[in-house]
Design a protein around this ligand. Structure first.
Ligand code: T1G
Ligand code: NAD
Length: 725
């Protein structure tokens, strides 16, 4: 039954029951109408409580229904209007989550009681739409325009204690929320519900209201870079000010339809479900996520407390997993300890704000120089310098001190997992856990399976990823794995575009206007140009390993751009040096300013190599950089390193600042059309045969040849292909 009804004396309790999240699908909506109608008609019922089964109130509309006709059956807004108009008081008993249509249902109730651990919100903006069942009209009437905008435009999940403070809920209880709601319902039987019918209330204006809304919209334009949903949310809330409810509801409907026509909701909902699907991993051996039980991780250790190690330690402590943090010497340990303790303090403050006690949910971090203290830990994550010999030395030590069934993981950005595992007695317990900087904030975790990595090790690492609040994606072992591997051709094209006439800011602007959080040159300045330079030196592409007489712009017969090396030879390492592709106010400065020196340097470089500069063209910049990345994506699929396009898209959406309103690189290719991507790459490669990264991938050609099937069919094509290959 999608909804049930029982009587508690004079209070009818209607419980939504649609696992796993009580999504308000068509059958649930019909059931609510039926049960609510019965309760309203029943003279013995004096009040009604609305609740959810399975520890959740409701996660809102059933997102899977959006592209179907089911959405058109009885509308949620009609149900809300009926509930609100009820002459019998209706109390929402909120447990777990009340999100989207779930909160809109609760806002139509006259009172809301929430359990202390619950969260409420209108996160529709995160899936490319806006609240479409009165949320943009009832919430500002309840908590005012600024607070409503903060909740709706950010799509955040508001903890119950804060929801009480800002007035979304009337009561927060520790115990059984349904009993508390029944209690409250009994006390309000026969009271005047006038003001509790939110749609009848009025949103007053003030002299600054319009300018406040305009400023909020300007800020949203900058912050959300091309995503339309946040702007639509602001316009819908604007329609609530000094206007009758019906006016606002019409506006909400119209904005929903215009958003749907942009294609952005479809891209963001593809991203939403992809993040859930990547958790259902498969292994080339046939092993699957639901056939192997993970081992519990009760204790952990982190080796190296640099940029990554400290963030990883915090992520573990925040998941209540006690950590032993180890460094190479006392000064590095002290340095790391200070940084970790400062981050722990900030975490504790956040928990206190949410009314939670840090001691109960933030585990301890212990600091040591002694490897033998790791003898009992379940899970070890190494995050020392990116150097194979050093990592192998660490793994030898770990293999000698850790218990036989300890999982040994490396945070390497792209070194060979099998080579690292080869120095241990149990290579089946070795796996890559590639976090992204800052590791306590970035949601992505690339889990890299080695040749010997066991299914249980994979299951344990993937489950730990979810426990840490990460989106874990399982990938195969190859140089640079998936994310960094696709970045190679993308950055290569960005450098070639500089040689051909662009300045760093031209390329960055084109990609930031596309929606990227940061263009390639600002990103390289942030990460440090020396990181890439050191790895190119190790590969013999620059520095004293380059054979005498090698042409400046060629390596191994292929085109090569030495521009970045030349900047590094001059110490221009980016933000940390106060100059790189841009200039900064000081070393470590964050504010990138176009640098006339770079402009002049590039012009001299072109003159030296007789390159006639071409004017910068944003569309060309996008095609060159994005199609290069996408093409490598197809190769990664061919190689079976990623098992499907969703894996690549989730990695780029959550680790590389790809704009979610464009779905991800592979989804974007499916919207542009694989035939178009193939054409551009083919054309370019014919003119530039010395750029092998732009040679169209076999899978791309195959998909174009079969007419560019929808992306959801690509995984089968990949399967067929990799089986054949
Ligand atoms: N519709 C359909 N399926 C949903 C769903 C939804 N709203 N929410 C979750 N699922 C599925 C999900 O795909 C997964 O499926 C399973 O439930 C468990 O989810 C009219 C128009 C609630 C915080 O945006 O944020 O209301 O993979 O793995 O980590 O204005 O799910 O097992 O097959 O994420 O515990 C607005 C979306 C809808 C909330 C739980 N609501 N959901 O997180 O589990 S639009 C949302 C979430 C709307 C109205 C508008 C989270 C969660 P499967 P999970 P979780
Ligand atoms: P970092 O230089 O900031 O920190 C490395 C730490 O390792 C230093 O604190 C150093 O003292 C410590 N260390 C070195 N030798 C040690 C030893 N023998 N025993 C114990 N500790 C030792 O480097 P980072 O940026 O944190 O990178 C660490 C690893 O994570 C590398 O493999 C890197 O490729 C990878 N990674 C880095 C990033 C990034 O953006 N920085 C992102 C993902 C992965």
């Amino acid at each position: 039954m999608a909804a049930t009804r029982r009587l508690s004396h004079t209070v009818a309790v209607i419980t939504i029951n649609h696992p796993p999240v009580n999504a308000l699908s068509s059958s649930v909506r019909h059931a609510i109408v039926k049960e609510f109608g019965e309760a309203t008609k029943d003279p013995s019922v004096k009040a009604i409580v609305l609740a959810g089964a399975n520890g959740k109130f409701s996660a809102g509309a059933d997102i899977r229904e959006f592209a179907t006709s089911a959405l058109k059956t009885v509308s949620l807004e009609d149900i809300n209007a009926t509930i609100e108009a009820s002459r019998k008081p209706v109390v929402a008993a909120i447990e777990g989550v009340a999100l989207g249509g779930g909160l809109e249902l609760a806002l139509a109730c006259h009172f809301r009681v929430a359990s202390a651990q619950s969260r409420v919100g209108l996160p529709e903006v995160l899936i490319g739409i806006l609240p479409a069942a009165g949320g943009t009209q009832r919430l500002p009437r309840l908590i005012g325009v600024p607070a409503a905008l903060d909740v709706i435009v950010r799509g955040r999940h508001v903890p119950a204690t804060e929801a009480l403070q800002i007035g979304i809920v009337d009561e927060v209880v520790q115990g059984n929320v349904v009993n508390a709601a029944i209690q409250l319902a009994r006390t309000v039987i026969g009271t005047d519900l006038g003001k509790r019918r939110l749609s009848t209330n009025f949103v007053p204006s003030n002299p600054n209201m319009e300018s406040f809304l305009d400023t909020t919209a300007e800020k949203a334009k900058k912050q959300f870079r091309g995503a339309q949903a946040p702007l639509a949310c602001i316009e819908a809330v604007r329609a609530s000010v000094q206007k009758p409810y019906q006016h606002g509801i019409e506006k909400e409907k119209q904005l929903f339809l215009s958003l749907w026509a942009t294609g952005q909701p479809q891209a963001q909902q593809y991203a939403f479900f992809s993040e859930r699907n990547v958790g259902k991993w498969t292994h080339p051996s046939g092993g699957r996520w639901d056939t192997i039980a993970p081992k519990p991780v009760r204790t952990a250790a982190v080796i190296g407390l640099g940029t990554m190690g400290r963030g990883i330690a915090i992520s573990l402590a925040r998941a209540n997993i006690p950590v032993i943090a180890l460094e190479q010497d006392a000064s590095q340990l002290e340095f790391g300890k200070k940084a970790v303790n400062a981050l722990l303090e900030r975490e504790a403050e956040k928990l206190i704000k949410q009314g939670l006690t840090p001691a109960a949910s933030l585990a301890s971090v212990r600091f040591t120089l002694d490897f033998t203290e790791l003898c009992d830990v379940d899970f070890v994550i190494e995050a020392v310098y990116e150097n194979m010999e050093l990592k192998k030395e660490i793994f030898r030590k770990l293999a000698s001190v850790c218990k036989p069934d300890a999982f040994l993981c490396t945070n390497t950005s792209g070194l060979d997992i099998d080579e690292i595992a080869s120095v241990t007695k149990h290579p089946h317990l070795v796996i890559g856990t590639h976090f992204f900087s800052p590791a306590n904030i970035m949601r992505l975790l690339e889990v890299v399976r080695g040749h010997h990595t066991s299914l249980m090790t994979i299951a344990t690492a993937m489950t730990l990823g979810k426990t840490l609040g990460k989106v874990a994606v399982l990938v195969g072992n190859c140089p640079l794995f998936v994310g960094n591997r696709l970045l190679g051709p993308y950055l290569e094209q960005a450098n070639y575009l500089l040689e051909e006439g662009c300045n760093p800011e031209d390329v960055d602007r084109a990609l930031e206007d596309f929606g990227f959080a940061m263009g390639p040159f600002r990103m390289m300045d942030l990460a440090g140009l020396d990181v890439g330079w050191r790895s190119r030196m190790e590969k013999g592409l620059t520095g004293n390993k380059v054979p005498e007489g090698t042409p400046a712009r060629q390596r191994h017969g292929n085109r090569y751009s030495p521009v970045a090396d030349m900047l590094c030879e001059l110490g221009r390492f980016g933000q940390k040096a106060g100059k790189g592709w841009y200039q900064y106010e000081k070393p470590g400065g964050r504010f990138a300013q176009p640098d006339p020196w770079v402009k002049d340097f590039l012009q001299k470089y072109r003159d030296t190599h007789q390159i006639k500069p071409r004017p910068s063209n944003p569309e060309l910049i996008l095609e060159r950089c994005l199609y290069a990345l996408i093409n490598e994506g197809f190769r990664v699929l061919e190689d079976g390193i990623a098992s499907g396009p969703e894996d690549i898209d989730v990695i780029y959406n959550n680790g590389y600042g790809w704009p979610k309103h464009r779905g991800g690189p592979m989804y974007y290719a499916s919207t542009v059309g694989v035939a178009k991507v193939l054409d551009v790459l083919d054309q370019y490669h014919k003119e530039n045969p010395d750029v092998p990264s732009m040679k169209p991938a076999f899978l791309l050609k195959k998909l174009a040849a079969v007419g560019g099937p929808p992306i959801k069919e690509w995984r089968t094509q990949v399967g067929k292909l990799t089986n054949k290959l």
